[in-house]
Design a protein around this ligand. Structure first.
Ligand code: ATP
Ligand code: MG
Length: 448
């Protein structure tokens, strides 16, 4: 993409309304624009990141055996009356009337709708287990929308729903999502901490929040250093096999907790040099809730003995749009964003220091073509801005690698490669520079 043809409305000043760094940088880098409180338009740069995150989430859901669907954003209130949640949900739910005066709502979540779909499409235990997910916009009229996309009113969520015959089988479905989440967040360049969470009125012990450690996080968490060091399951993990040993490794008794739970016992039991106390951002939440919806909504299947049984369900959310902010919170510096390669809006920024100059234009154009042909996402700054402004913008938008072409280098056949994260710079013959970049980008794209 040539910058002269792109839409990148960067701001030099930090907008006053933005209190945390991810919100500030997303506005400054022209990634989003607020449309109204807690509601954002995604501008090209931000949208590219959102799409990359969404795709990684999708790939890891698919790998774990979940099947993608797409449910609508607008739902009928009647469905929510069946589960009893229409009255319980409160003011976070945006209620709408259609022209026939029917009660509708903008979905804050989809348990009811998916239960109805599954109920009407499944008959026998032979159709189990299944896990259906979608990646769709949600609306929750949060009391205090804040921190930009981190706590919006309209936000993109991946929500998956598992259906099983027995609680034991349901536990296996839960485990698959648990492991899938560890991999998903790791692929985004994040270290996630699974923390035992409240299951609400249903009880039981099967709920975990996945937390990213960051100073601006809304929750206080305590975790064992092991959780920060344990290796994440590789791509060869067998989702049809026994995942219990992996789950055990990540959920030992005092692995992670918060004020509401075992904070005091954590402090007493975990050796002092193994304790981490930090702020965290919730990026995912998984939940086993048994027959809470299947029972009242009549989502039953015929078991092997011929009797009808309500299916066991779980739900599994990932805050896809929140993750854009969370990645920035976890990876930035004074100059701007520092994108991990897998989610970077472009993988390489090509800077032509003297656009309009015959030599730099020719060299930059050739590099642009070679990188594109190698399948690298390149943003080519072919504008006639001053060098200082170009560097500031590149650092602000935080592309992992920069390749800089100046008039002197264009003559002598050298380019400069800069790694955004370390700031390290290296001058190389042009072709060697291109080859090195391609190699670095390809290595950075994925986990083992
Ligand atoms: P929170 O405690 O942060 O309000 P929640 O428990 O209401 O989250 P869930 O209903 O489990 O969240 O939703 C699944 C995921 O969706 C959350 O883990 C979070 O990442 C994301 N999410 C929830 N609310 C918002 C929001 N208002 N803005 C952006 N993302 C959100
Ligand atoms: Mg909430």
């Amino acid at each position: 993409m040539r910058l002269t043809r792109f839409f990148l409305p960067v701001l030099r000043e930090t907008p006053e309304e933005a209190r945390i760094v991810s919100h500030q940088l997303m506005l400054r880098a022209g990634m989003v624009k607020q449309a109204s409180a807690g509601i954002y338009s995604w501008l090209p740069l931000g949208y590219r990141v959102l799409k990359k995150i969404e795709q990684i989430v999708r790939e890891e859901q698919n790998r774990a055996g979940a099947i993608e669907v797409l449910m609508p954003t607008i739902q009928s209130a009647d469905l929510w009356r069946q589960s009893g949640r229409y009255d319980d949900y409160g003011k976070e739910m945006l209620r709408i009337k259609d022209r026939h005066d029917r009660d509708m709502l903008y979905g804050p979540t989809n348990e009811e709708l998916i239960t109805e779909i599954f109920r009407d499409g499944v008959k026998s235990y032979k159709d189990l287990p299944r896990n259906l997910y979608h990646i769709q916009w949600k609306f929750r009229d949060e009391v205090r929308p804040r921190f930009g996309v981190m706590r919006g009113r309209e936000f993109l969520m991946k929500d998956a729903y598992s259906f099983d015959l027995t609680p034991e089988e349901s536990r296996k479905s839960y485990n698959r999502m648990f492991v899938s989440y560890l991999r998903t967040f790791a692929r985004l360049g994040l270290r996630s901490i699974p923390m035992a969470a409240d299951t609400g009125p249903i009880g039981g012990d099967l709920s975990h929040e996945f937390i990213i450690l960051a100073e601006t996080g809304e929750s206080q968490v305590y975790c064992h250093t092991d959780l920060i060091e344990t290796a994440v399951p590789g791509r060869d993990v067998d989702f049809d096999g026994d995942l219990e040993p992996i789950i055990k490794q990540w959920t030992s008794k005092y692995a992670a907790t918060d004020e509401k739970h075992d904070a005091a016992r954590f402090a007493a039991d975990v050796p002092a040099d193994k304790q981490v106390s930090a702020r965290g951002i919730e990026v995912g939440h998984i939940f086993h809730f048994g027959t809470k919806y299947s029972e009242p909504m009549g989502c039953k299947v015929q078991g092997p003995d011929g009797k009808l049984v309500a299916v066991q369900m779980g739900s599994y959310g990932v805050g896809v749009s929140r993750l854009v902010g969370a990645v920035i919170e976890a990876s930035h510096d004074e100059a701007g964003c520092v994108w991990p390669v897998p989610v970077a809006p472009f993988e390489v920024g090509l800077v032509n220091l003297k656009a309009g100059d015959k030599d730099t234009d020719a060299v930059s154009g050739a590099i642009y073509e070679k990188l594109n042909n190698a399948g690298i996402d390149v943003l080519y700054d072919d504008t006639d801005e001053r060098a200082g402004a170009k560097f500031a913008t590149m650092d602000l938008i935080g592309l992992p690698y920069q390749i800089v072409v100046g008039p002197r280098g264009a003559k002598s056949g050298e380019v400069e490669i800069k790694t955004r994260k370390s700031g390290a710079k290296e001058s190389l013959p042009t072709d060697a520079g291109i080859a090195k970049l391609i190699d670095l980008v390809k290595k950075g794209r994925d986990l083992a």
